[in-house]
Design a protein around this ligand. Sequence first.
Ligand SMILES: Cc1cn([C@H]2C[C@H](O)[C@@H](COP(=O)(O)OP(=O)(O)O[C@H]3O[C@@H](C)C(=O)[C@@H](O)[C@H]3O)O2)c(=O)[nH]c1=O
Length: 182
Amino acid sequence: MQIRKLAIPNVILIEPRVFGDDRGFFFESYNARAFELATGLAVDFVQDNHSRSMRGVLRGLHYQLPPHAQGKLVRVVQGEVFDVAVDIRRGSPTFGKWVGATLSADNKCQMWIPPGFAHGFLTVSESAEFLYKTTDYYAPESERCIAWNDPEIGIQWPIATAPLLSAKDAEGVVLRNAEVFP
Ligand SMILES: Cc1cn([C@H]2C[C@H](O)[C@@H](COP(=O)(O)OP(=O)(O)O[C@H]3O[C@@H](C)C(=O)[C@@H](O)[C@H]3O)O2)c(=O)[nH]c1=O
């Protein structure tokens, strides 16, 4: 397993060691000990989620406020997405900055998005299946959405046309007006 630090400390890209043979492949998709070594965190994942999206679907930018803040360990098992984390911890030196990475069934990379970050992704293949573990349970009353196209954040989404959004995501607010992490 290889760990790649991204431009924002604490957001980590994990590249697993994949064992290929005549039958196909094997890799450890989660190992608590290795995860703790990589992040320095002993997290308790309590929920696994799985979604499928068509090309051009953008989900995000989502987060849950404390006391239901979630860390997310995300990956793709079919297709390819461009995955993004935005630092929304007030007072952080990287507040409002974003990092992105391509996650795909081919590269098998995972992104660790700590609590205190908004998260979203764009499906860039025909379809994509997205799996993730979370450190807290779904709490819709704590859920918030920042606009995917907030010009002050300035995410360079790899898309030329308007993405497909849920009704909720079309109502996302700009970071300047959002309730963020204290
Ligand atoms: C996220 C979630 C949704 N749901 C339900 C609520 C709703 O009826 C349906 C679809 O929910 P959403 O439209 O919020 O799903 P989605 O837009 O895929 O939401 C996800 O987006 C990505 C970017 C994230 O970071 C995740 O944390 C999560 O917010 O599923 C749950 O029951 N449990 C959950 O944990």
